[in-house]
Design a protein around this ligand. Structure first.
Ligand code: DSN
Length: 418
């Protein structure tokens, strides 16, 4: 097989050098951004394959261009595997990514101006869950619910009152920066009472649902579940919309031709590959280890005087209040940890008094570290590095020494496919 990278090296050394730099960065650092992961080598191969050359507007058996015998095969495989993995009646595998996927759901099932209930951004909701700066926030009337930051609980009496008053067409749960599990039964009961559709954005924990370590909203009768495919699921960048048969046609029409043109068939093929992987015992073990690592890391951080938003985690992520714990805003904390090759992201916390680019915390998670084979004992070490560095942000000697230790540590944990 031709080594395409050698063409790149010869013909575009600037891009080749950046690519090699990024490869080295991913190998020699610990990736703790909870939405990032290392994908399977088979996925990398499929993404760089001839499927990227093909236009396939439409759906299997009903396309607008010729030459679809193999694209039809892979899209059918991806859809059928998604139905098995997530135990759902219908799957659309074409959304280009998370935002397009959520937009397709709103635009397909609602009318502009309709009311949707969703979590406030600073409490963990995503931009597409109706943040005022997003187009979705302008197009639909979002009524926001919040959490109790001390334990992450949601006051369902209040949610019910607000739902009865605002009569939403849809109630949305599943979040981007919320370290607790979701009470699907409580949301479903309120939605049924007010006649609303139920939707979960499972982007962060889709892989954990697939691997059986977290509950599946579809088992609670949810109408729609969305998930990106590149986070805990370890696939290519993309999105899945899983729904009931009743909603299938509206969802499909909303994705194409409503919102998108040609799907990225290299990504669809890679989603098919990912969804076969997700059915293996190895993936189930992975999903359980992600949660175990997160609990161990959270406990070790708390034992070292780190304040976690909600006091802990039920899933793969945690949010550290770095202002309270270390007197550092989230940007400073992210920069200090970057210096020692530990990658995190600055994060607003509930009702954050500080602005988004200098928020009060950072968000970390275990999916990527677990992919490399790190286990609970490694989380203890990780917590120690994080706390020591954030307690001594100006001690360049300590930071230099920690960086060397982290780099040496990483050599024990190969990145799949690199
Ligand atoms: N960017 C994703 C995350 O980091 O959670 C959500 O879009």
């Amino acid at each position: 097989m031709t080594d395409n990278l050698s063409y790149l090296e010869e013909n575009d050394p600037a891009v080749f050098t950046a690519l090699k730099g990024e490869e080295q960065r991913q190998k020699s650092g610990i990736e703790l951004i909870p939405s990032e992961n290392y994908t399977f080598p088979e996925v990398l191969a499929t993404l760089g394959s001839v499927f990227t050359n093909k236009y396939s507007e439409g759906y299997p058996g009903r396309r607008y261009y010729g030459g679809q015998e193999f694209t039809d095969q892979i899209e059918t495989l991806a859809r059928e595997r998604a139905k098995v993995v997530f135990n759902c009646e219908h799957a659309n595998v074409q959304p280009l990514s998370g935002s397009a996927m959520n937009q397709a759901v709103y635009l397909g099932l609602l009318e502009p101006g309709d009311t949707v209930m969703a979590m406030d951004l600073s409490h963990g909701g995503h931009l597409t869950h109706g943040a005022p700066v997003s187009h979705m926030g302008k197009l639909f009337n979002f009524v926001r619910y919040v959490t109790d930051p001390s334990d992450g609980s949601i006051d369902f009496n209040q949610v019910r009152k607000d739902a009865l008053a605002s009569k939403p067409k849809m109630i949305l749960c599943g979040y981007t920066s919320y370290p607790r599990d979701v009470d699907y039964a409580a949301f479903k009961a309120i939605a049924d009472e007010v006649g609303a559709l139920t939707m979960t954005d499972a982007s962060h924990f889709g892989g954990l649902v697939a691997g059986g370590s977290m509950r599946n909203p579809i088992d609670f009768g949810f109408d729609v579940v969305t998930t990106t495919t590149h986070k805990s699921l370890r696939g290519p960048r993309g999105g899945l919309i899983l729904c009931t048969k009743k909603l299938a046609s509206k969802i499909d029409k909303s994705v194409f031709p409503g919102l998108q043109g040609g799907p990225h068939m290299n990504a669809v093929a890679a989603i098919a590959v990912t969804l076969l992987k997700a059915q293996t015992d190895e993936f189930k073990q992975y999903a359980h280890q992600v949660l175990s690592n997160a609990k161990t890391l959270a406990t070790a951080l708390i034992e070292n005087q780190t304040a976690l938003v909600t006091g802990g985690t039920d899933n793969h992520m945690m949010v550290l209040n770095t202002v309270e714990s270390f007197g550092l805003d989230g940007r400073m904390a992210e920069e200090v940890l970057d210096k020692v090759n530990i990658t995190t992201n600055k994060q607003i916390i509930p009702d954050d008094p500080n602005p988004p680019l200098r928020p009060s915390g950072i968000r970390i998670g275990t999916p990527a570290a677990t992919t490399r084979g790190m286990v609970d004992a490694d989380m203890q070490q990780l917590a120690q590095w994080i706390v020591t560095c954030l307690q001594n942000p100006e001690d360049e000697a300590l930071l230099g020494q920690t960086r060397d230790e982290v780099t040496a540590f990483c050599e024990r944990f190969p990145v799949p496919g690199l």
